[in-house]
Structures are given as C-alpha cells and as structure tokens.
Design a binder for this molecule. Structure first.
Ligand SMILES: Nc1ncnc2c1ncn2[C@@H]1O[C@H](COP(=O)(O)OP(=O)(O)OP(=O)(O)O)[C@@H](O)[C@H]1O
Length: 321
C-alpha cells in the first residue's frame, strides 16, 4: 500500500539557510493493509521527518513515496485531497490540534464541509456518532465540549475518530501516546490493534521500544536518519544484530529480569559479534533486501555495523579480501 523508496531529506539550516542537515538518508520501507510498522529511534533520528513526508506536509529531497503505486510527491489539489481521504496523521500533542476557543465539534464540521458537503444532517450525525463510538467514547460525553473539558486520551481518540470518518487506509501515528498516562496509553494502543484488525495500515512512530514491541508487526530502527535494522518485530527484538539496536534494547528495564542477568546475556552476545559485521559477511550474497541492507534471517534485515560511525567497519576489509 505505502512504499518508501530510498528517500532522503536535507534541511537548509543556519542563519542564511546555507548549511545543510541530512535528516533522512536513503530510507526504504513499506506498510501493508492491516499491518502496524513502527519507526523507532532516538530523538533526532528522522522519524517525524519521515512521517511528515509520507503525509506530504514537507517535500522529499530525493527518492519516492508511493501510495497504491502513485507518487505522493506529485499529488496536487484534487488528487492530494483524495490522498488525505485515505491517509491521515495523528500527532503527539492532542491539545495543539484543537483551537481552545472552539468546541471540539468544530473539528468535525470543518471536515464535513470539505469532504461531505452533500451529506444530510441526519446522516452526518449518524456517521459522526459511529466514528466516536468506534474509538470507545460516548458521543454525549464528548460532543459540545471545549478541549480543556476533555482529557488528553479523549482528545487523542477524537482525533483518531476524525481520521476514521474519512474511512482511511493509512494512519501515521506520530508519538500519539507519549503524552498520555499509563492506563490511557494501553487503551489507545488496544484501539490501534482493533483498527489494524479492520484492515487499517498504521505507521507508528515512537522512541519507545516497548511500545514498538507491543503494537507492531514489523519495526524499522533508525539511527542518524538511516535504517540500521528492520524486519519482523519478534526477530529484530528477539535477536537484535546491529550494535545500535542491541544498545537500545539493553537499555530498556525488563521487569522479569535482574540487571546483572541482562548484562550477562548482552556481554555473551557482544563477544559473539565482536569484530564481525553481518552486513559485510553476507553482502556478497545478493538477496531481496532494501538498499544498504542484507537479509540476516528471513524477513530481518541489517545494515553495516559501522555505518555512520567514525571507525571503519572492522569486517569490511576481511569481507572484501
Ligand atoms: N524544519 C526543520 N528544519 C531544519 N531541521 C529540522 C527541521 N525539522 C527537523 N529538523 C532536524 O532534522 C533531524 C531529524 O528531526 P526529526 O524531528 O525528524 O527527528 P525525530 O526522530 O522525530 O525526533 P523526535 O523524537 O525528537 O521528534 C533533527 O536533527 C532535527 O533537528
């Protein structure tokens, strides 16, 4: 459904816009219907930039983003409106998505006038109530309220309901639960699971590995704008290969394991992989992997271990020789 092919984004920065910041480098991944794909990486790794490019809120510098085979970058006016009928984004701070001086109903009225001008009042009301119920809210509890009268979790659900009114196929969910408390988080995550079950494709953007693990079918690990590892969640989280992914996972506290146990497992893995780079070991065997990656296990891809570090890859010389 969505394919991102070798996409780059260079921002012009500095006082006169003469400097360049390469925020996204040669990134490829795809999202299918009924699937959650998580983009995971630390702050500044390029996750939101990718989400914004997918939604055509900013342009790509290079590469292609296609939705059902059509180049998103080339969409204009009517075609872009049609794209937004199928692809919508929900972002981190639900409060900033509402105007505090208007009741939340206004968000839906704007949508109605743009996309459903011919729908009768009664039909619109039924459609709106269905969408609000689909996110487990009672219309009577939320309609007619100002944003400050609702919780962050309710507002976030209402934004998802707004996206559902358009009967979308793709949702870009950018850190949508990082501002919610623990119990509301689980509710919203479970809601995403339900929507996925109904065929929605979700690009889930998070810096939180445990959230990525909880919701996603596949994960894409980003480091400094590059994909370092990607694939089926269980494989990537169960047997992380790239040093960056291993560091990320080792830094997550595990409730069922003591810290010294986690350290011992990681030390053994580290010793096994020391001086090696799976990418360069397998590079000679061409496979069906995204650019700059090799397939380490079925559906589990990894890039060079020294990519974007100052040290040359220890395994590269050996592999070439
Ligand atoms: N409009 C912009 N102009 C210039 N640089 C930008 C712009 N937006 C983002 N950047 C830079 O691009 C890099 C990637 O930013 P991005 O917001 O995509 O990262 P992120 O992984 O989503 O981080 P976070 O989790 O903190 O939101 C960062 O170095 C950021 O400072």
């Amino acid at each position: 459904m969505l394919t991102v092919e070798r996409v780059n984004k260079v921002y012009k920065v500095g006082t006169f816009g003469t400097d360049e910041l390469h925020a996204v480098r040669d990134v490829s991944f795809d999202v299918q219907r009924g699937e959650v794909v998580s983009l995971i990486g630390e702050s500044g790794s390029g996750k939101s930039t990718l989400g914004r490019m997918v939604l055509k809120l900013i342009s790509t510098t290079d590469g292609a983003i296609r939705f059902e085979g059509t180049d998103v970058g080339g969409l204009k006016r009517g075609a872009l409106r049609e794209y937004y009928r199928q692809a919508q984004g929900v972002f981190q701070d639900p409060f900033s998505s509402y105007n505090p001086i208007f009741k939340i109903d206004r968000t839906y009225e704007t949508l109605r006038s743009s996309y459903f001008p011919k729908v009768s009042d009664a039909d619109w009301r039924a459609k709106l109530h269905d969408a609000i119920k689909a996110v487990s809210l009672e219309p009577a509890d939320v309609l007619g309220k100002f944003p400050h009268q609702l919780s962050g979790g309710q507002l976030q659900r209402l934004l998802i309901a707004r996206a559902l009114l358009l009967d979308i196929d793709l949702l870009v969910a950018d850190e949508i639960i990082s501002m919610l408390d623990a119990s509301t988080r689980i509710d919203v995550l479970n809601l995403l699971g339900e929507l996925k079950g109904r065929g929605l494709g979700i690009l889930f953007i998070t810096h939180d590995l445990s959230l990525g693990n909880y919701v996603s079918d596949r994960v894409v690990i980003l480091y400094r704008g590059r994909v370092v590892e990607s694939g089926v969640t269980q494989s990537v989280f169960g047997d992380p290969l790239h040093p960056y992914t291993r560091n990320l996972l080792a830094s997550v506290p595990q409730l069922d394991k003591r810290w010294d146990e986690v350290e011992a497992v990681e030390a053994a893995r580290e010793a096994e992989l020391r001086g090696r780079c799976i990418y360069h070991e397998r590079e000679a065997t061409p496979g069906d992997a995204p650019a700059g990656m090799v397939e380490a296990f079925p559906g589990h891809y990894v890039g060079c271990f020294a990519m974007d570090t100052d040290d040359p890859c220890p395994a590269a010389k050996e592999a070439v020789a």
